[in-house]
Design a protein around this ligand. Sequence first.
Ligand SMILES: CC(C)(COP(=O)(O)OP(=O)(O)OC[C@H]1O[C@@H](n2cnc3c(N)ncnc32)[C@H](O)[C@@H]1OP(=O)(O)O)[C@@H](O)C(=O)NCCC(=O)NCCS
Length: 386
Amino acid sequence: MTINGVALDELIDAPAGLRSVVAAETRIGDVRGQEGFYHYRQYSAIELASACSFEEVWFLLFEGRLPDRAELAEFTDEVARSRSLPTELLPVLPAIAVSGRPMVGLRTALSMLAAARDLQPVWDSEPATRRADALLICAVAPTILAALHRLHRGLEPVAPRADLSTAGNWLYMLTGESPRPQATRAIEQYLIATIDHGFNPSTFTARVVASTGADVASGVIAAIGAFSGPLHGGAPDRALDGLDEIGSADRIDGWVSEKVAKGDRVMGFGHAVYRTADPRSVLLRAIGIELGGELVEFATTVERRVTEVLAELKPGRDLYTNVEFYAGVVMELCGIPRSMFTPTFATSRVVGWTANILEQADTAKVIRPSARYVGPRAPQPLPPRV
Ligand SMILES: CC(C)(COP(=O)(O)OP(=O)(O)OC[C@H]1O[C@@H](n2cnc3c(N)ncnc32)[C@H](O)[C@@H]1OP(=O)(O)O)[C@@H](O)C(=O)NCCC(=O)NCCS
């Protein structure tokens, strides 16, 4: 007997969650969990976040190299020109916005956009067409999310400004106010640091869909679904809710112990790959400290003590803050509403998803693992029909 053409005794049982399984080759980047290091192409992502603009790193992900000055100007202009809210979505967005769940709304809106623009399967399209589809989706995703946010609150969407950077324009579209340079740069660094991160669940999902030859939007829409779960992209607001629940330093120990005793997770702590400090958390802590204020001071106290308590209660698990812990703090300090934390993360990760989709589209191999059947022995006789 065979499964997927492989004899039963030749099947390999991958570890739960596919940890340590290499499922593809990529030139986009990697995460080195033991070292607390990750990179985009051959550059440290943290160094890129410190030195580059979001558009520069976006170009790097798409093209495989950093742009020169003229290329960057042209690319930045192309992105800015592609940002307008697609006219096809204007009549439907108010209805989509009613739910007040922006990630669900984005998924729906992108599906409608893909239908309206008749996006073709990557299997049938040229690399230039796929890249154009990818750039369009990345450029309009923030505009759609900001419009959904405002419509849900009974406000008119704010049209994007072509003279602002991706980060500045995001803050502008959310608030309708010209963004502060310090907040813009803080958010830009956050966006760069979260563009890509190895074969995380949403990126893997995007690649599985792309491996079937489906269109770029299908890959992104599937990735959004994976990303929206609290164990993946849906935690920065919950991490901040945790800080609110704790309230004061004397309550930290009791709060964590109670959570762990109930079998709950402390949001913003732990990571599937890092066994040391998450470098994104280190970067965001520094950005938060620069922005200053009581919230970040409290967050650093909570981080220190929760890490100690988790080390006592969960020895050997190496639980430290992940990207989500300080992401919430930084976003709060930059005036982003809590309901838009995960969507903010999505505005950068969509670049990573599409870069992965473009790379996967060049590989004609469907990702198709197997499952080991553990149900009752088959075949069994059908029960009598009544
Ligand atoms: C991110 C996450 C899903 C990675 O989990 P993982 O590497 O698969 O780790 P596991 O789920 O196998 O957990 C390993 C152990 O650590 C514990 N653990 C992991 N994260 C924990 C957390 N945040 N709080 C408390 N305990 C945690 C688990 O309960 C488990 O304990 P056990 O061995 O006694 O059963 C997990 O750390 C988590 O749920 N974190 C909170 C949610 C979050 O911040 N998500 C954003 C991720 S960037």
